[in-house]
Ligand binder design. Structure first.
Ligand code: NAG
Ligand code: NAG
Ligand code: NAG
Ligand code: NAG
Length: 468
């Protein structure tokens, strides 16, 4: 603007516009590594001379470069340097990046004769954390305990930790600020451990820098055995062979020791013998008529389950009877359904659902003469001549109608039902009776038109109306 308004200054304006300090607005560096904060100077006019560059961090002078006077840094040591200083370039290299290097960097370029030019960059210092998670094995009990722990160590900015699991519990997360500007985040998942939580999945999700890192774990809850006895079918009768009881015991660690006993403290009857978690009964006799105990043991303890065996004098046949009855019931049920289906089929085919009046049929090619018992169906040659039967009229359906006709008729039946349903919906929609069927279908369906066409007796009763 100024340059346009003052043509005399045009020369200087051109020079000014040509001078530029090129920087990068945002930079990311990683702790301990190096980063280059760029600053270049474009002198399009060779008469413009760079005399000095000063770098500021958060407005504090940290270093300078002059083509005449070499480089100079406020901070001792060699962390700061110019990459390749020249009339055109004053890129600042920062090595062994510290968290305190984070901030706004200003590159101030002094030129002759133009003056000072500035460029600013924002440097963010990050540190990628080390993530890990582990399960803390616990023993089942009433106390709330940490069962899994998840760490994100030395991250900058701090990570976020969440948990995903179906096991109800709480978690606590602690953030520790380290002296180097990083943070360590530790999260503990706490539950009141029950044996059911053992083996359940839990995932620690560490979110750092917008990325999620899931770490899947499996909970470990140690518990003393949970015992059930299986194998008794309530049909242990005298002289039965090959009966057995199985002691099912879950536990963490798995139970290894099983003891079979009798509830009254008497020794096991001679006809039974225990092997591991199975109690074999070679032959059932009166002495087996008692309550048996199984004691399963792991390092955490023992637990006992008991089962009362009732010895019968004779085998109970109910089981096979039951099976037979069930089978019979199923077969009977299927038969009844089949019969019902056949009845409905016949009923429908005989026009039971059609009106008893002739014009109930809308199929242009068929017409039902529904007079109850003697219902017959005939085929007609064309739509316009419904009253004249085809030569050699088609025999009644019962004596064998051609399959194609049957199918066609079936299609019509299905259409009928569809129409009825649609009409019902439409009635609900409009809250007006079936009279509306005479209007064009609001959705542009054409079946109503077809419907009307099929009425050859001049009636405007739609096929639907017949059934309403
Ligand atoms: C500029 O300084 C560096 C060290 O900072 C030195 O190695 C170099 O010789 C100096 N150059 C001149 C021309 O003084
Ligand atoms: C979570 O902690 C609250 C309060 O500390 C406690 O009342 C609740 O029972 C805990 N929930 C679970 C599932 O442990
Ligand atoms: C850790 O640093 C954050 C800012 O980075 C601060 O909000 C928080 O209070 C600090 N925590 C501790 C325990 O010093
Ligand atoms: C088994 O004991 C029950 C009583 O607990 C008794 O009623 C039954 O008759 C006994 N069975 C045999 C075969 O002795």
């Amino acid at each position: 603007m100024l340059c346009l308004a003052w043509p005399l200054l045009a020369g200087l304006c051109a020079v000014l516009q040509a001078q530029e300090v090129n920087v990068k607005d945002n930079l990311v560096g990683y702790l301990g590594q190096e980063v280059v904060v760029p600053c270049s100077f474009l002198a399009k006019d060779s008469s413009v001379q760079l005399t000095m560059v000063i770098w500021y961090r958060n407005n504090v002078n940290i270093g300078a470069y002059s083509p005449q006077h070499n480089t100079s840094f406020q901070e001792s040591g060699t962390r700061l340097s110019f990459v390749n200083p020249s009339q055109k370039n004053a890129d600042l290299r920062i090595s062994k990046l510290l968290a305190t290097d984070e901030g706004t960097y200003t590159c101030e370029v002094s030129t002759f004769p133009v003056g000072n030019l500035k460029g600013m960059s924002k440097l963010t210092v990050k540190a990628v954390p080390q993530d890990s998670a582990s399960v803390v094995p616990v023993v089942a009990g009433d106390q709330e305990l940490t069962v899994a722990t998840c760490k994100s160590v030395d991250g900058r900015p701090p990570s976020q930790i969440t948990w995903q699991t179906s096991v109800p519990g709480n978690f606590t997360t602690d953030v520790t600020n380290n002296t180097d500007g990083t943070s360590t985040v530790i999260s503990n998942y706490r539950i009141t451990p029950t044996w059911m939580a053992n083996g359940e999945k839990i995932t620690c999700v560490v979110t750092y820098d917008g990325r999620e890192m899931p770490i899947p774990l499996v909970l470990s809850v140690q518990y003393s055995p949970v015992v059930t006895i299986e194998g008794y079918d309530d049909n242990w009768h005298l002289n039965r062979h090959g009966a057995s009881l199985t002691c099912n015991a879950q536990g963490n660690p798995p139970p290894t020791d099983f003891k079979w006993k009798t509830a009254d403290g008497s020794p096991l009857p001679p006809s039974v013998h225990a092997k591991g978690n199975v109690l074999y009964v070679e032959q059932v006799d009166e002495r087996v008529n008692k309550t048996f105990l199984c004691e399963a043991t792991n390092v955490l303890g023992s637990r006992v389950s008991q089962l009362e065996v009732l010895v019968r004098e004779y085998a109970v046949q109910t089981q096979t009877n039951n099976a037979g009855a069930i089978a019979g019931g199923v077969i009977g049920g299927v038969l009844v359904l089949l019969l019902l289906a056949v009845v409905i089929f016949i009923f429908v085919k005989r026009g039971g659902l059609h009106s008893s009046k002739g014009h109930g049929s809308y199929n242009p090619k068929t017409r039902v003469f529904g007079t109850g018992k003697q219902t017959q169906e005939f085929n007609y040659q064309d739509d316009g001549d419904l009253d004249r039967p085809l030569k050699g009229s088609v025999p009644p359906r019962d004596s064998g109608l051609s399959p194609s006709l049957c199918e066609e008729d079936d299609d019509e039946e299905r259409m009928e039902y569809k129409v009825l349903e649609d009409e019902e919906e439409e009635e609900k929609f409009n809250e007006v009776g079936p009279m509306l069927q005479l209007r064009p279908h609001p959705h542009g369906n054409s079946y109503l038109d077809d419907d009307m066409e099929s009425q050859t007796d001049g009636s405007i009763i739609s096929r639907t109306a017949v059934y309403v």
